[in-house]
Write a protein that binds this ligand. Structure first.
Ligand code: NAP
Length: 295
């Protein structure tokens, strides 16, 4: 069997087209323009690229966008004061503080300071708590993107044995929670594995769907999966650079070997990655609708 390749690039394009239409309708019918602000502290090159992509995608879709580039030595007090100002700015529906923050800033305190109403990253405890009880306002972007990849590829999630490899607060735990819910696009039986799991292969071999979010290149090999498995590879691991100096990226799954056994699989790059920013845009539109009493 050679697997169907689940293209995050294509699915993200499809969702962005839907969002663009929805944003145009919101403006025309309700005079509502969703607004997103990105806040970057310091000059980490990867973070600059991510913030630039978020800004550009917002603008392409018709979302009002603001960007703050703050110096590396910004104090926690000044950052919290900016968040307070943005929490009270009616033009802004979503606030995204790019992580990681410099070491002298307490990341948790900063994320908790964002109003849950504007928490489009979905990392605030209020957002995560609501997700857990099945009444989400904002679902964290990467796990939400994973669920959309499964749904829009026609993968049957209900009743499936899902094995999640990784238990981080931004990927593993939320995706496990999302797929466990008594809801459409969920109702799975979920197992979560981590570095203390005694026999990882025992779990992955019986999975109908594997979500690999370990951050370890080729952690999932062909002998660890059953025929017909669906694999979502979240990992992004740099294993070298090309002669031209470009980064060589691979996922957590041995793609070439596993695709011969799987029924469907995401590539890296071009799988989960393009979905993350798209779901941020979806959350921003939702925030604007909630603020306007339209959701
Ligand atoms: P993380 O915070 O480092 O968490 C990794 C998790 O995987 C931990 O729970 C760890 O277990 C577990 N783990 C590591 N090695 C393992 C192994 N050999 N067997 C079983 N479990 C193992 O990482 P993260 O933030 O969740 O990200 C995971 C990967 O996804 C990274 O490669 C990251 O770059 C990528 N990512 C991609 C996107 C995207 O948009 N494409 C977004 C977010 C993350 P312990 O808890 O026991 O340490």
């Amino acid at each position: 069997m050679t697997a169907q390749i689940i293209s995050g690039t294509e699915i993200a394009k499809e969702i962005r087209a839907e969002l663009k239409q929805e944003i145009a309708d919101l403006k025309e019918k309700h005079n509502v323009v969703p607004g997103l602000v990105t806040v970057l502290v310091g000059a980490d090159p990867a973070s600059q690229v991510y913030v630039g992509q978020k800004e550009k995608t917002s603008q392409n879709l018709g979302i009002y966008s603001e960007r703050y580039d703050l110096p590396e030595d910004t104090s926690q007090e000044d950052l919290l004061a900016l968040i307070d100002k943005l929490n009270n700015d009616p033009k802004i529906n979503g606030i995204l503080v790019q992580l990681p923050l410099p070491k002298h800033i307490n990341e948790t305190e900063v994320l908790y300071a964002i109003s849950p109403k504007k928490d489009v990253d979905g990392f605030h405890p209020v957002s995560l708590g609501k997700l857990m009880i099945g009444e989400p306002d904002y679902i964290p972007c990467t796990p939400h993107g994973i669920q959309q990849l499964l749904i829009r590829s026609g993968v049957k999630i209900e009743g499936a044995e899902v094995v999640v490899v990784g238990r981080s607060n931004i990927v593993g735990k939320p995706i496990a929670n999302i797929l466990l819910q008594k809801a459409d696009g969920a109702n799975a039986t979920v197992t979560v594995c981590h570095t203390r799991t005694r026999d990882l292969a025992f779990h992955t071999k019986r999975a109908d769907i594997i979500i690999a979010a370990a951050g370890k290149a080729k952690a999932i090999t062909a002998d660890m999966v059953k025929d017909g498995v669906v694999v979502i590879d979240v990992g992004v691991n740099q294993i070298g650079t090309t002669a031209e100096g470009k980064r060589i990226l691979v996922g957590d799954v041995d793609f070439e070997a596993v695709k011969e056994k799987a029924s469907a699989i995401t590539p890296v790059p071009g799988g989960v990655g393009p979905m993350t920013i798209t779901m941020l845009m979806m959350n921003t539109v939702r925030a604007a609708k909630l603020a306007a009493g339209l959701a």
